[in-house]
Design a protein around this ligand. Structure first.
Ligand code: UDP
Ligand code: MN
Length: 332
């Protein structure tokens, strides 16, 4: 009887072994592995602070442009809603005498890709151009002279129209700027429009020094960086709203009078000196004050703005390949 009970135990043991083997062999009967919960990688990108990037050639926002194909970084861990070209208000400053020679060229090229969000600020009526090209041509009624007052008058209207527009970004351009819209969109996508963002390229390698008129009829020295208007610059809506006491409804003109400097300097004065927000320096904007030939041809497509011409060198243009000769396409 003892021997019989040992036999039954052995049999049970063998049967249970066989059953477990069978279970292991049948994948569908195996318990499904628990999903691996890995810690999320820390964001490699530092959100743009308003600390200075003065001497840096690459701002945080330029990082994704240098690594094309990689998604634009978000600030911190918060994912932004994607920025659309419709969210950008592009102001182009021009004057009646440049409608044919400069503006037509823009309308045929980059402006045609962003017609609805580009606003052209001029100083004379041109119904024909407006009807023929369907552009937003705004007659500022400012003087057509190239004076500080006339240029500030135009900037004042640009500012008011932007505020009215409800768009997220204000970008100012001259009429000899070529805007690479995908690069502009990618750059601005790296920031949030509610942050204080002032993006552009200084034309000086040091802050400008101005004499600020103070109440007691005295003068006070003030230093600040400004982005040169000739290369274009952008301001977030959040920051633009803060500029209102010094920029809206004609106040821009009286602010400019306080320091007696042109429109782009006055923008820098309001942002850096009065609001204490730093200019984010970027080398992706280009005016014809630089030697544009020095820009490596393979990087041209990554830039945000380009320009052409110049006082001394009418042929100051970027080097690009392609089938058009310099004679056919003098501004490149
Ligand atoms: N401009 C203007 N009124 C003028 C002359 C020029 O509004 O009487 C504008 C022009 O259309 C351009 C900007 O000012 O958008 C700069 O002009 P320009 O390129 O001739 O001069 P620079 O770049 O050498 O300062
Ligand atoms: Mn110019």
């Amino acid at each position: 009887m003892h021997i019989a009970s040992v036999g039954i135990n052995k049999l049970c043991f063998c049967l249970s072994l066989a059953l477990s083997g069978l279970l292991l062999l049948l994948p569908c009967l195996r318990p499904s592995p628990r999903p691996l919960v890995l810690p999320l990688p820390k964001a490699q990108f530092r959100p743009p602070t308003n600390s200075t990037h003065r001497n840096l050639n690459v701002t945080p926002a330029e990082v994704p442009l240098k690594r094309k194909g990689i998604d634009a970084p978000s600030t911190g861990h918060v994912k932004h809603e994607p920025l659309n070209i419709e969210d950008i208000f592009i102001a182009v400053k021009t004057t009646r005498k440049y409608h044919r020679s400069r503006l037509e060229l823009l309308i045929q090229t980059w402006v045609s890709q962003a017609k609805r969000q580009t606003y052209i600020f001029t100083d004379g009526e041109d119904k024909d151009l407006q009807l023929r090209t369907g552009t937003n041509l705004i007659n500022t009624n400012c003087s057509a002279a190239h004076t500080r007052q006339a240029l500030c008058c135009k900037m004042s209207v640009e500012y008011d129209k932007f505020i009215e527009s409800q768009k997220k970004w204000f970008c100012h351009m001259d009429d000899d700027n070529y805007v690479l819209l995908p690069s502009l969109l990618q750059l601005l996508s790296s920031y949030h429009h509610s942050q204080d963002v002032y993006l552009g390229r200084p034309s000086l390698d040091h802050p400008i020094e101005a004499s600020e008129k103070v109440k007691s009829n005295g003068l006070m020295s003030v230093q600040f960086w400004f982005a040169t208007g000739g290369a274009g610059f952008c301001i977030s809506r959040g920051l633009a709203l803060k500029m209102s006491p010094w920029a809206s409804l004609g106040n821009f003109i009286s602010t400019a009078e306080k320091i007696r400097l042109p429109d782009d300097c006055t923008i820098g004065y309001i942002i850096e000196a009065l609001l204490e927000v730093k200019l984010t320096h970027t080398l992706l904007f280009h005016s014809h004050l630089e030697n544009l030939r020095k820009l490596p041809p393979e990087t041209v497509v990554d830039q945000v703005t380009l320009s052409y011409g110049g006082f001394k060198n009418r042929r100051n243009v970027v080097s690009v390949g392609g089938r058009f000769s310099l004679a056919e396409d003098p501004t490149r």
